[in-house]
Design a protein around this ligand. Structure first.
Ligand SMILES: NC(=O)c1ccc[n+]([C@@H]2O[C@H](COP(=O)([O-])OP(=O)(O)OC[C@H]3O[C@@H](n4cnc5c(N)ncnc54)[C@H](OP(=O)(O)O)[C@@H]3O)[C@@H](O)[C@H]2O)c1
Length: 306
């Protein structure tokens, strides 16, 4: 039995998984799965969801981020968790990052504010090759974003936990390397997973290392950024522009000052959305392989939390 939990598209997932895996019974639940559940396909299931599932063999997450799943007490450590590997999200992330970089590079943020004051003033030209972009996280999302922007002609640095090598990207790892990189960054793009090591990584001190007038594109997880420090940096002009997709509390509270900040652009955690058909194709292929006793990719290393 395959049990699906998704707060919005559950019927679509059940139907598509049922068609892709005709030998399996695919059901959904909004509360407690049946104990016969062998595979759980989930996005943010409620607390206690996995308790008592003695037949459970694997959990498939309907996204790339697994921060809400790895620390759960109702999911025994021996049950493997598989995240989506790209599944059409990296292309969306590239578009999102490209939009944010161009917005800053071509001064659209400044022109938007000038327009409100009916001010006709040309901003200085800035070329791609003179724009230093730094990408935090060089995995399925950040790695593709970094190489795409480098191929377009930007100066790209990338930061990861372990040593990485990517075409035309200057790769660094380790926290001291991060501080050095920030000082030479015009546009900082965050695509890190949320782990104990990345929680609160972008605090006031790190934001202050960015050169005056830099930009932030924030699409990892909200808890990685000190939003008060961000507001201070935007208010003072130390940071010129922020494109923000993720927040410490989602949905962002209606009263939050970032909604109306003249230097912030807000999107509702939509930088890279899970595509139902691509997700089902990947998960069904993985379930078929598991049933044949084969090893599959996408397994989360629970000890490192991503
Ligand atoms: N906003 C959205 O719509 C959206 C959509 C999808 C994903 N996301 C977010 O993007 C995150 C990344 O996704 P992904 O598929 O690229 O993950 P991934 O393939 O697991 O890659 C994670 C990258 O982050 C690096 N990293 C992890 N911990 C680090 C640390 N402490 N210091 C430096 N680097 C660290 C990893 O380093 P190594 O290379 O050394 O392992 C790896 O390069 C997800 O976890 C999710 O939070 C957001």
């Amino acid at each position: 039995m395959i049990t699906v939990y998704h707060s919005e598209h559950v019927q679509a997932y059940v139907q598509a998984l049922g068609s892709a895996l005709p030998g399996h019974r695919v059901v959904h639940t909004m509360l407690k799965p049946q104990t016969a559940t062998r595979y759980a396909v989930v996005w943010n299931p409620p607390p206690g969801f996995f308790t008592g599932l003695t037949d459970l063999q694997a959990v498939f997450v309907l996204g790339a981020g697994v921060d809400r799943l790895v620390a759960r007490e109702d999911l025994p450590a021996h049950i493997p968790i598989y995240r989506l590997s790209d599944a059409g999200m990296a292309e969306q992330m590239i578009e999102y990052a490209r939009y944010g970089v161009l917005h800053w590079q071509r001064s659209f943020d400044l022109y938007r504010n000038q327009q409100q004051q009916r001010q006709w003033q040309v901003q200085p030209d800035r070329r791609k090759q003179d724009t230093r972009v730094s990408v935090l996280g060089l995995g399925e999302m950040g790695g593709r974003v970094a190489t795409a922007l480098a191929a377009e002609g930007y100066q790209v640095n990338g930061f990861s936990r372990s040593a990485r090598s990517l075409s035309a990207v200057t790769c660094v790892h380790g926290e001291s390397a991060l501080d050095e990189m920030l000082a030479h960054t015009d546009v900082l793009i965050n695509m890190l997973p949320l782990t104990p090591a990345t929680r609160s990584l972008l605090d006031g001190a790190r934001l202050a290392r960015l050169p005056a007038g830099a930009a932030l594109i924030h699409a990892g997880r909200g808890e990685q950024l000190d939003e008060n420090a961000l507001l201070t940096a935007l208010d003072s002009g130390a940071l010129r522009f922020a494109l923000l997709d993720v927040f410490s509390l989602e949905p962002l509270a209606k009263t939050h000052p970032l909604w109306v900040h003249p230097h912030a652009l807000i999107t509702p955690h939509s930088a890279a959305q899970t595509l139902i058909s691509a997700a089902v194709l990947q998960i069904s292929a993985r379930i078929k392989a598991l049933e044949l006793g084969q090893s599959i990719s996408g397994k989360v290393e629970r000890a490192r939390a991503y």
